[in-house]
Write a protein that binds this ligand. Structure first.
Ligand SMILES: [Zn+2]
Length: 255
């Protein structure tokens, strides 16, 4: 039997060093493709560089993250996203984050998050591309705006919100993704237990620090996510690999 193959559907390769090592370790771990996220202009540029270096393996997404747009010239970055849209497999990482320090105390910041998010949802819809959405502390709004302005295929990455919002996003045919926090995060685990395996992708959100492992993550750690998810679903990592990779190939049109 062929060993399990995974897609890391949300990785910040632009924040990792040791490119060769990262890619080699990912391949050795059974990662068949990595969806690499941009979060602002510089990281979107760097993400496209990774994709050029590892074509067909590091598959790029570009976008403006809700906590990163304050330092960016948003119109310039939006223009960059549009100009390079034919080179990407998705728009991301985009979304809302009402827990962000600046957003907590300032409705104006939340308003700007929504404007930037809507604009990028529209770009994704115009080009029939999937979107990778961040919705910390703002899941309901992230969903409502996605329904109003977004593309058909949306991944609510690292979903840890209310279960009723989860039900409505699943009803819409959207999916969620699991991170290594599936090992320990109460809210994330509750969502992963609630959603059917067919609506879940796996990812690392690397280089996010893995609390229980006491180190930063990289794409090979998608196997940690898969193991934790398998436990929650009372199945094997191989079954998780099969189901999540099939779904990821469909969403990101991976050949
Ligand atoms: Zn991310």
């Amino acid at each position: 039997m062929k060993s399990a193959m995974y897609v890391d559907t949300h990785a910040h390769l632009s924040q990792l060093e040791d490119r060769e090592g990262v890619i080699k370790r990912a391949k050795d771990a059974g990662v068949e493709a990595i969806i690499a996220m941009g979060t602002n202009l510089a990281s979107s540029v760097a993400t496209l560089e990774w994709a050029e270096k590892y074509p067909g393996y590091a598959l790029p997404a570009i976008g403006i993250h809700p906590t990163e747009f304050l330092d960016d010239d948003v119109p310039v970055t939006l223009r960059y996203i549009q100009d390079n849209i034919s080179r990407v497999v998705a728009v991301g990482e985009i979304g809302l984050d009402y827990w962000d320090k600046a957003a907590r105390k300032d409705e104006g910041v939340r308003e700007r998050q929504r404007d930037t998010y809507i604009r990028q949802l529209q770009i994704a819809r115009e080009h029939d591309l999937p979107a990778s959405v961040h919705g910390r502390g703002s899941w309901q709004d992230a969903l409502d705006l996605a329904v109003a302005h977004g593309p058909e295929r949306i991944v609510f990455h690292w979903y840890s919100g209310p279960l009723d919002v989860l039900d409505s996003l699943l009803d819409r045919g959207y999916v969620i993704s699991a991170t290594p926090a599936a090992e320990y995060s109460k809210d994330h685990r509750a969502a992963l237990e609630h959603a059917p395996l067919e609506s879940i992708l796996v990812e690392t959100d690397c280089p996010v620090y893995m609390r229980d492992r006491k180190r930063g993550s990289e794409p090979m750690d998608v196997t940690i996510t898969a193991k934790a998810l398998a436990k929650l679903k009372d199945t094997t990592p191989e079954e998780v690999a099969l189901a999540t990779t099939r779904k990821a190939r469909g969403i990101f049109k991976i050949k």
